[in-house]
Design a protein around this ligand. Structure first.
Ligand code: EPU
Length: 421
């Protein structure tokens, strides 16, 4: 079993280059199923989620060419199968985008219920509500979701919950449906806008992405395209927090500073300096962290995918801070790991109360999930002494070359093999 071994206590200094956005990439790759020609996608992150979703498309019959350097060419024309029941599909949350994409192309889809990180119940009722409104009959049986439609027709859909996944899935299904689809109370995350831009670059007619209402006028055919994925907001935010946690000075390059505003605001509130440039931010900290409260919300609120990482800073900030999760039922699994490193945190339902400690200390811990894993890496970098982190596969699902990137700014991290217990 491989683990990360991290020796903490070194402020990181230098420049880190951020890759393409995971949550945009895992939507854009399945969206290629709808294309009528080859799509070239650039700036894809080098992470296992992208490898898996590309392999799933290949399994369906697409021709996928990895050209290296984050560039992949996909020819979706040979796909002739609307059933995706390969083992890979079951373990990946974002594989539910196959539902919308296959439905949009074949008016039918059969895909297993999604897996992925566990944050309490993760229903897909809003996805199914949208598909139904477009004319499909959904059925959930034996762990599979089946969708069947004679044809798809535009509709007016109001989401009861602001959901990234439902917004994306309904967009995918509606893009070739007959007539106008209006989706209200949609998610506004940067990757929603990126997917809409990608689909529009293939000839779709989508307006309003980034606001709370999206209008889609169905088109008969989509072509191919060349498209570059936006930078990863959460990877950037994680490195901003790493700079703050270690008292470092880091330029985080290839970012869209606007996407980082809520993270920047909290770091500044806690006593860090954040300088915004055109496509980079510089984060420095040279004084103790001050307490603050944080509540996660759908975009443009503070991102839930940054909740565990900001938790590390609250664990080290003088005084009492309250961190409230406003998106998921339960996303505090990592807190137990931080406590092994000396943090003083109690969780009460959707809130965690942090009593800041002066110094975290190295310990054997595990990555409980992707972002919880990023949090323990950051905590270990700031802690005194050595930490080992197991279950690192969670981290490698979503952070490209994390060791290389962090070591290039002075972190002391190794990936080491340990005998299986
Ligand atoms: N929800 C419903 N019904 C639905 C769909 C969602 O009640 O049909 C609820 C969920 O239970 C949750 C809330 O709505 O309480 C938001 O869920 P959402 O659908 O927005 O989440 P998701 O699409 O499953 C994506 C990201 C997550 C991120 C959330 C929220 C991808 C592949 N995943 O998940 O990212 O936390 O949006 O921003 O885009 C991560 O990257 O670490 C990650 C978990």
């Amino acid at each position: 079993m491989d683990k990360f071994v991290i020796t903490g206590g070194t402020p990181i200094k230098g420049r880190i280059f951020v890759g393409g956005a995971k949550n945009a990439a895992v939507a854009i790759i399945p969206a290629v199923i709808l294309a009528g020609d080859v799509c070239r996608i650039e700036n894809l992150p080098d992470i296992s989620d992208v490898v898996v979703i590309s392999a799933i498309l290949e399994e369906l019959g697409a021709v996928v060419k990895n050209l290296g350097g984050g560039v992949v060419e996909i020819d979706p024309r040979p796909i002739n199968n609307y059933v995706a029941d390969h083992e890979l599909v079951k373990n990946m949350r974002a594989s539910y985008y196959l539902l919308g994409a296959l439905l949009g192309r074949f008016s039918k889809a059969r895909v297993p219920l999604p897996g992925g990180c566990y944050f309490g119940v993760r229903p897909i009722d809003q996805h199914l509500k949208g598909f139904e409104a477009l004319g499909a009959t959904p059925k959930v049986e034996n762990g599979m979701v089946s969708l069947n439609a004679e044809s798809l027709t535009g509709s007016h859909i109001y989401l009861d919950v602001v959901s990234v996944g439902a917004t994306i899935n309904i967009m995918l299904a509606a893009v070739k449906a007959r007539g106008l689809t209006i989706i209200e109370n949609v998610a506004r995350e940067p990757h929603i806008v990126d997917l809409a831009n990608f689909l529009n670059s293939m000839g779709a007619d989508i307006m309003g992405a980034g606001t709370d209402t999206i209008k889609i006028r169905g088109v008969e055919k989509l072509g191919g395209t060349t498209y570059s994925v936006i930078p990863d907001q959460i990877e950037a935010g994680s490195y901003m927090v790493a700079a703050a946690a270690t008292g470092g000075d880091v330029i985080i390059d290839n970012v869209i500073p606007k996407h980082l505003e809520t993270i920047t605001a909290k770091l500044v509130e806690m006593g860090c300096t954040v300088e915004e440039m055109d496509d980079a931010v510089r984060v420095t900290r040279d004084k103790p962290l001050t307490r603050c409260n944080v509540k996660t919300m759908p975009h443009p609120g503070f991102p839930t995918d940054m909740q565990p990482q900001i938790g590390v800073l609250l664990a080290m900030a003088e005084g009492t801070s309250i961190l409230t999760e406003g998106v998921w039922d339960s996303r505090f699994q990592y807190v137990g790991e931080l406590c092994k490193m000396g943090a003083q945190v109690s969780v009460d339902g959707k809130a965690a109360i942090f009593e800041g400690v002066k110094q975290l200390t190295g310990a054997p811990v595990k990555a409980t999930d992707l972002r919880g894993g990023a949090a323990v890496v950051i905590a270990a970098m700031a802690a005194q002494g050595e930490s080992t982190i197991e279950d690192i596969y969670h981290i490698e699902r979503g952070y490209e070359k994390i060791i290389e990137k962090l070591c290039s700014v002075g972190a002391k991290i190794e990936r080491r093999s340990f005998p299986d217990r």
